[in-house]
Design a protein around this ligand. Structure first.
Ligand code: COA
Length: 454
């Protein structure tokens, strides 16, 4: 499929640049952790896909990390505060139930750029589990399409992913922030402004008021994710065809028109499950269906089974064989696998993880001008949004961020220190803050004080 017929309709808006902040501490999953928890390291490294999880230090939280990614984004782009019209924040680990996290972020940035320098920017927090940032990006793209003062927008994802100690979610934790600069005529990606959505009330993952860790029905959350992303994909495909943007010809599939597929990454293996579900679903039509049937036999059909359990077993077996098929492995290697590279070294960063996938592709220089990137975002509860963007001619000239090297320079911590940090029982920082925003105190009312430490 040539990319020449890919057009960006209306005013071109999208992602100009991105910056990533990851704490300087990490815990390797193989070794002390796996031994103490009685888990085979192979399960963590291969079965889950995470090697190291990023750990927030005692002076870090979702607000300080968000300020760090925004500061880097502004410095990289020589952006002045008065150019920013909106700061939208996606988070599910905000330190306050009412005050927008972005106000803390603006307070921190004003220590650098001057008091009042952001006062004309509006900020709002988007809470929708891991999809909050994507809804923020969607909203900002509509605002920008109508914006006439030449302002730009910023979307920040920032989260500390936290599950109870020794739970099945623990080895998928992580921490970090991604800031996206969103503007008209962007250098990286122009959004095609086609959004396919799916929403359903679910109890897969939620955090009732007052709880510091989420309640997770893990296996159920995997299934909700797959159902929702598939629903959003269908909605996207329908709209893309109706708008004449993706119109598969005879024998062609919708995914033939996608050069990269990026999914929410709660852990890297999930990207494999998600892409297998989408390719399998998409390839049921078109020229590939006969080839797949030759390799794997017929897809199980529910009506042909009297017993529901037998059908579910046949379905699970087929899904496993599909994920090992040549057809899938080739598509996965070409269009999906590399998106999880950074997540293997960081873990889950909730709302930002899909954009960490974008950072992986950028750092590995895998995206070329004219390519179409499709995003399948998911948030528990649950919602999915499937959307697309076209890589712009300048994409390869945007400076890299040195992320792989920065991850190598982090400090390894012991299991004991990790557990103390996790439980909020470590009062002193493991690494003294330097050239960063730090939480320096919480006053008697619960208001948080941050300082930029030189
Ligand atoms: N070596 C290699 N792989 C191994 C292994 C070993 N020794 N032991 C197990 N595995 C594989 C399993 O076979 C499985 O892979 P498969 O699906 O290809 O068969 C994989 O590791 C995961 O094992 P499983 O037992 O299914 O995982 P789990 O019980 O640890 O649960 C989650 C995984 C994701 C459900 C759990 O970590 C969780 O609840 N996470 C938080 C919620 C979440 O992230 N949800 C995702 C959607 S948002």
């Amino acid at each position: 499929m040539s990319s020449s017929d890919k057009t960006v309709p209306k005013k071109s808006v999208g992602i100009e640049d991105l910056a990533v902040y990851v704490p300087r501490l990490f815990l390797p999953l193989a070794g002390e952790f796996s031994a103490n928890r009685g888990i085979d390291p192979g399960k963590l490294i291969k079965g889950i896909g995470i090697e190291r999880m990023a750990v927030a230090d005692a002076h870090e939280d979702a607000a300080s990390m968000a300020a760090m990614s925004l500061l880097e984004l502004m410095r990289r782009n020589r952006l002045r505060p008065e150019e920013i019209g909106k700061v939208y924040v996606g988070t599910e680990s905000a330190p306050d139930e009412a005050k927008a996290l972005g106000t803390y972020v603006i307070g921190m940035l004003e220590q650098i750029y001057g008091k009042g320098s952001f006062q004309e920017a509006s900020t709002v927090e988007f809470k929708a589990a891991c999809i909050g940032t994507t809804f923020a990006l969607e909203s900002l793209s509509y605002w920008l399409a109508a914006e006439e003062e030449g302002k730009v927008g910023v979307v920040i994802a920032s989260d500390v992913a936290k599950y109870p100690l020794a739970s099945a979610g623990e080895y998928t934790q992580g921490a970090g922030s991604v800031a996206l600069l969103v503007k008209s005529n962007p250098r990286l990606l122009a959004l095609e402004q086609i959004y396919g959505a799916f929403t359903r009330d679910e109890n897969d993952f939620f955090r009732p008021m007052g709880c510091t860790t989420a309640i997770v029905n893990g296996k159920h959350s995997n299934q909700c994710y797959l159902d929702a992303v598939q629903g959003a994909f269908d909605s996207f495909a329908f709209k893309a065809r109706r708008q004449g943007v993706i119109v598969p010809g005879d024998g062609e599939n919708v995914t033939d028109f996608m050069d990269h597929l990026l999914f929410h990454i709660p852990y890297p293996r999930m990207v494999e499950y998600a892409s297998a579900a989408i390719f399998r679903h998409d390839w049921r039509k078109g020229r590939r269906s006969a080839e797949i049937e030759r390799e794997l036999g017929r897809d199980p059909i529910a009506q042909e089974y009297e017993d529901l359990q037998k059908y579910q077993e046949a379905e699970a077996d087929y899904a496993r064989r599909f994920a090992k098929s040549q057809q899938f492995l080739q598509a996965f290697a070409a269009k999906v696998r590399d998106t999880a590279t950074l997540s293997r070294q960081i873990g889950n960063i909730y709302t930002g993880s899909i954009y960490l996938g974008l950072a992986s592709l950028l750092e590995m220089q895998k995206i070329h001008a004219g390519q179409r990137l499709c995003f399948g975002a998911y948030g528990s509860g649950c919602s999915a949004l499937f959307f697309s963007a076209i890589a712009q001619p300048e994409i390869e000239s945007v400076p890299l961020r040195g992320l792989p090297q920065r991850l190598e320079e982090r400090k390894q911590i012991s299991l004991q220190d990790y557990e103390l940090l996790h439980e909020g029982r470590k009062k002193d920082s493991m690494l003294q803050p330097r050239e960063e925003f730090a939480l320096v105190g919480i006053d008697h009312q619960g208001y948080r004080h941050y300082e930029y430490v030189q």
